[in-house]
Design a protein around this ligand. Structure first.
Ligand SMILES: [Zn+2]
Length: 299
């Protein structure tokens, strides 16, 4: 009986020892095998037999080209795009002025819209995100009165927006949805905060521009600056900057102004519109068929 129980315990100890050796060894071999399999996949390439999850967006494998793997950010927000139908010949006509107002809507938007209405002038608003209901309603009014509303980023925080392609797209997509929800029209044009090249995107502006173009958007810099954000800018300085700048333009003038509720702005605009209209200039709004003036880029 005693010998029997010694034999039983011997077998038990042997079995437990064998299990303690075999189980971790098998598990280690399994992990090693899995690791080898993962290493065989190129890590920067999207494989067509995978469902890819990027951020909150999940794409079906069919959307991914095996021959030309897309970069991660290109897969983001597949509905963030516009239909581009080419540029019109209208831009060859001179004596055209495109007034553009950045950074709105503001507390001054309503009276700015009143002024434009009284002068029968259509303009373009490059807007940023606002949560105030009254401000948001101004976007709807601008569109209903025939003006164009384009994107200017949601946050207008240069450092964050230009930190990466992911940050840029996330911010602009937010602005895109905001405009679409408030006005019922998806924007097709944009202005980069600080212009298409600035000190925050000097190393990446080409990628940022080409990605927006790939998605069908047209971006607008400017060839006339009103200087209306200069501290204590007087109405007569603003109007002189615009009028002289427009007269110097070879082709159509795209004028940078700001929708910031400045009282000097409206006084200046009245002079600008009256003076240039008398000289035969026509005021128009931008749309993606208007070929934009190009900034001078470093060589
Ligand atoms: Zn701005």
């Amino acid at each position: 009986m005693k010998e029997k129980s010694i034999g039983f315990y011997k077998r038990l100890i042997l079995s437990v020892t064998a299990a303690l050796i075999l189980v971790p060894t098998t598990f280690s071999l399994f992990l090693f095998h899995q690791n080898q399999k993962l290493k065989e996949k190129p890590d920067n390439t999207v494989l067509a037999d995978d469902v890819v999850t990027v951020g909150a967006t999940q794409l079906e494998p069919a959307a991914i080209s095996k021959a030309q793997p897309m970069l991660g950010y290109q897969l983001l927000y597949p509905d963030f795009k516009a239909d581009f139908h080419g540029f019109s010949d209208m831009m060859t006509a001179s004596k055209q002025v495109f007034l553009t107002f950045d950074d709105g809507p503001s507390m001054g938007t309503a009276s700015l819209l009143d002024l434009l209405k009284s002068k029968d002038v259509k303009a373009t608003f490059f807007v940023t995100g606002k949560s105030n209901r009254w401000l948001c309603d101004q976007l709807k009014r601008a569109v209903s009165e025939g003006h164009e509303v384009g994107m200017h980023s949601y946050s207008h925080r240069y450092k964050a927006i230009y930190a990466s392609m992911y940050m840029l797209l996330d911010d602009f997509y937010h602005d895109f949805l905001y405009i679409k929800n408030e006005t019922g029209q998806a924007p097709a044009i944009l202005r980069f905060p600080g212009g298409s090249i600035n000190i925050f995107n000097a190393a990446s502006y080409q990628t940022m521009i080409s990605e927006m173009l790939r998605r069908g958007f047209v971006y607008y810099d400017w060839n006339v600056s009103a200087g209306d954000t200069v501290a204590k800018a007087a109405a007569q300085d603003i109007s002189a900057n615009v009028i002289n700048g427009v007269r110097l333009c070879w082709g159509p003038a795209v004028v940078l102004l700001h929708d910031n509720g400045s009282p000097a702005l409206e006084a200046a605009l009245t002079v600008v519109i009256d003076t240039l209209s008398k000289e035969g200039y026509v005021f128009r709004k931008l749309d993606s068929s208007i070929k934009p003036p190009a900034f001078v880029y470093p060589d």
